[in-house]
Design a protein around this ligand. Sequence first.
Ligand SMILES: *Cc1c(COP(=O)(O)O)cnc(C)c1O
Length: 364
Amino acid sequence: MRVPVLDLPAQYAALREEIDAALQQTCRNAAFALGYQVEKFEEDWAAYCNAEHCIAVNSGTDALHLSLLAVGLEPGQEVITSPMTFIATCEAILYAGATPVLVDIDPATNGLDPAAVEEAVTDRTRAILPVHIFGHPADMDPVLDIAARHDLAVVEDACQAHGALYKGRRVGAIGDAGCFSFYPTKNLGAYGEGGAVVTDDPDIAGRVRDLRAHGQTGPYLHTMIGYNARMHGFQGAVLNVKLPYLDEWNARRRAIAERYGTALAGTPLSLPAEAPWAQSVYHVYPTRCEARDEFRAHLEDADIATVIHYPIPMHRQPALGGLVRHGDLPEAEALAEEELSLPMFPELSDEQLDYVIETVQDFF
Ligand SMILES: *Cc1c(COP(=O)(O)O)cnc(C)c1O
């Protein structure tokens, strides 16, 4: 039996009529860049996240970049963030002319270790950028506390955590601004690139809105140099079809995680656990195994696809050489050496799940 890491064609097959109709409507109305479908999605995504404002942009990378500019990040300043993330988190900081300062992670959440954040604050620090990685929320209260004491902005990278809860609150709507990606493989994915910023702050919302469309504040009136970062109408249309299913899909991911958890508890494999205050949406199912490469090969031989998140932490990326790193990052290093993500997507069938579990048990 073949088990992929993701099955987007299966999802399209289930939603085909709705998606096709929404895309055709976009064509009929020529609502290609922003437009009524994007506006509807902005309203619904703000409501879903319990945020006052949502600004739809062209990618999660744009969401991060424009949020950082909107909270006032300036060249030469520093942003404290995690080495265990996708490179876009660091790129967004660099695009603003600022420096990413990487601190170690807490292996309980794989997010920022608050004690390490505190130690890394300097007089150049402007913002903290926690990443809710793998669908599990980072521990936000200590981060908000540090930010309040040092007068720093908090921008959340929620690109892997659509709908995840931190102490009952949606991630993304906890700091000054929250950034989402709707890249096709995310828990809520468009049919191309897409992203959004959510915030309760009307000034931040206004600045992101201006920045995403060339700083245009009136007809051909440009009050700042901005970007072309508008969400495409097709993506708004697809996201409007998919959003009503998000909770159901996340619930299925949680059920799969529970099944893995009970079935594999007796094996030496280290399984992800939820913090007591967290509800994860399991963007991936990150296990840890000292014999990771043999384990991966065993699954591959059985036609089960897996992914390593991430084999190279950010402080070791050739493109990011020279980033400020705060001390050694042993927890991030260990995760990079041991992590292996098992198949995790809502369309994973019970038969496929049983087969993965048997194959894992067989290895041990
Ligand atoms: C996907 C992702 C991004 C970037 O989003 P894009 O839409 O691909 O630009 C940023 N951070 C994290 C943690 C991500 O997973």
